[in-house]
Design a protein around this ligand. Structure first.
Ligand code: FAD
Length: 488
């Protein structure tokens, strides 16, 4: 019997689900797999702040879907899904309609504004490739305009940046911006004193998902980089050139040239739409059973950010993070395979998460990692190392070794202004390119040779007497030739 599997969204969860399904149905020509996304590429959302603050090139966070699925039995379709008819098993997109037997909802999230007036209209978002590129140009433009602005008030307005939200997205954005600002100040000859970066959140501490000690480290680092923290402070309004925050039950207005909104997320438009027909919770997360099927429909699977599921023995729903996408993709692919073929056993979703990592700029990070009951904190160097290592593992799953070379090139070999946890040591943009390896090699050879010479007894008796056949005999041979020529 023919079966059509449709995956909506080629984010972390959708891509991995489609890849795993393709592997399982490799030899089954009765099954077709189609993945639909509004973009022809997959976006590494976790790296958006790096693009927004010009640490890495725009292209480094895009992965072509055609390349991801090259040579695999997956049809890649570029379309924006507008609605899903779960009764007729039909999906309606901007360009076409698609029927399915099994559907996987993996359409991710979008920012939510909690009804704050002006927030949606006047803030910059950070939840897509376009958002990041737009923000990057905006930041650059603000400095360019400020450079020629003679009115100090206007100059300060252009250079005031508010990041709303001190969760990991907000903190990463504020840290990255703080790292970028001195470079822009130098370029446009602007006094750093004129620039203001503020991180606002209603919560009491930064990145509350971390233990208090690590939150304190993050806060300290941000402050050291010149970011002002306004915690315990709600935002009550945003306008074209201001932000209003709540203080002592009143709204106080501050001048703000740029407000970046990273305060919260809800399901993407299509997920919110689907959530109207399927049992779901607030902000468009669709409830699933332990096999990741919608509670209302056996032919609808939900993965990644879109799912709402509390694993057995846990009190909280699975987090909206990449690791949940990876685990849910594997369970979903296995269960669809069982449902279609009747082979194997349906798998209960029992994810085991390995921690959280937060970067504050390209050179500093904190991490709490390990196994569920054995978590430990990592020092900054190892936290940054772990973050890059995890990205590399993800790339191996998605695109194989090719993408790794490209990632390493962008993050280390072509990094600008030493903005990496190994500084500019491996960057061809710094004069010391490749010198580290050379210096280490030279040092090792010197050390080795020195030790060898001591063991050979160089400290007790001269050893150069035989050099070039011995310096004396060499000198004598020259004298002899001179004498012979003179006497003849
Ligand atoms: C700046 C930033 C930093 C982050 N840092 C971390 C981190 O350090 N660690 C971590 O674990 N998580 C992090 N996250 C969260 C992580 O990115 C998400 O949990 C993850 O992206 C969710 O994956 P997903 O596949 O569910 O959805 P997404 O990755 O959002 O993918 C959804 C896909 O669906 C497509 N789509 C949406 N609607 C439609 C439609 N109507 N039609 C067709 N296609 C559609 C989109 O184009 C997109 O490709 C971060 C997020 C951001 C924005």
């Amino acid at each position: 019997m023919k079966n059509n599997i449709l995956v909506i969204g080629a984010g972390y969860a959708g891509i991995l689900t489609a890849k795993k399904l393709a592997k399982k149905f490799k030899k089954n020509n009765d099954v077709t797999i189609t993945i639909i996304d509004k973009n022809p590429f997959h976006t590494m959302l976790t790296e958006l702040h790096e693009v927004a603050a010009n640490r890495v090139d725009e292209d480094s966070i895009k992965i072509s879907l055609k390349k991801v699925f090259a040579g695999r039995k997956v049809n890649v379709v570029m379309d924006t899904v507008k609605s899903i008819d779960f009764n007729k098993q039909n999906v309606i997109g901007d360009n076409n309609q698609y029927s399915y037997d099994y559907i996987v909802i993996a359409a991710g999230s979008k920012p939510t504004f909690f009804g704050v007036p002006g927030a949606e209209e006047f803030t910059h978002k950070l939840w897509s490739y376009d958002d990041a590129v737009k923000l990057k140009h905006h930041i650059h433009n603000a400095f360019r305009m400020a450079a020629t602005e003679t009115n100090i008030e206007k100059k300060k307005r252009l250079l005031s940046f508010y990041v709303v939200g001190a969760g990991f997205t907000g903190v990463e954005m504020a840290g990255e911006l703080a790292e970028y600002v001195p470079l822009l100040c130098e370029k446009y000859e602007i006094d750093r004193e004129y620039v203001e970066i503020v991180n606002v959140d209603v919560l009491q501490r930064a990145v509350p998902i971390l233990p208090e000690k690590l939150s304190a480290k993050v806060e300290k680092r941000l402050q050291k980089m010149g970011v002002k923290l306004m915690l315990n402070t709600g935002v009550c309004g945003v306008g074209a050139d201001f932000i209003e925050v709540k203080k002592d039950n009143a709204c106080v207005r501050y001048t703000a040239g740029t407000v970046i909104w990273t305060a919260g997320i809800e399901g993407s438009d299509i997920t919110n739409e689907a959530a109207k027909s399927l049992e779901s919770v607030n902000r468009g997360r669709i409830k699933t059973d332990s096999y990741l099927r919608s509670l209302d429909n056996d032919h609808v699977y939900v993965v990644g950010d879109n799912m709402f599921y509390i694993p057995e023995g846990e009190e909280r729903p699975v987090p909206q993070m990449v690791e949940n996408c990876e685990h849910s993709a594997a369970t979903c692919a296995n269960n669809i395979y069982c449902a279609i073929t009747g082979k194997g056993e349906m798998e209960v979703y029992k994810p085991s998460f390995h921690g959280v990592m937060v970067c504050v700029g390209g050179r500093y990070g904190v991490a709490r990692v390990g196994l569920p009951n054995h978590m430990f904190n990592l020092p900054s160097f190892f936290a940054m190392f772990a973050k890059h290592f995890i990205n590399i593992i993800y790339f191996i799953q998605v695109l194989g070794w090719n993408k790794i070379f490209s990632y390493v090139r962008h993050e280390f070999f072509t990094i600008r202004n030493c903005r990496s946890f190994v500084g500019g040591h491996f960057s061809n943009r710094t004069p010391s390119f490749l010198l580290v390896a050379l210096r280490v090699w030279l040092g090792a050879v010197w050390l080795f040779e020195g030790i060898m010479k001591i063991t050979e007894g160089w400290l007790s008796s001269p050893k150069l007497t035989g050099f070039f056949g011995g310096a004396d005999s060499w000198y004598n041979s020259i004298l002899k030739v001179a004498n012979d020529t003179g006497s003849s």
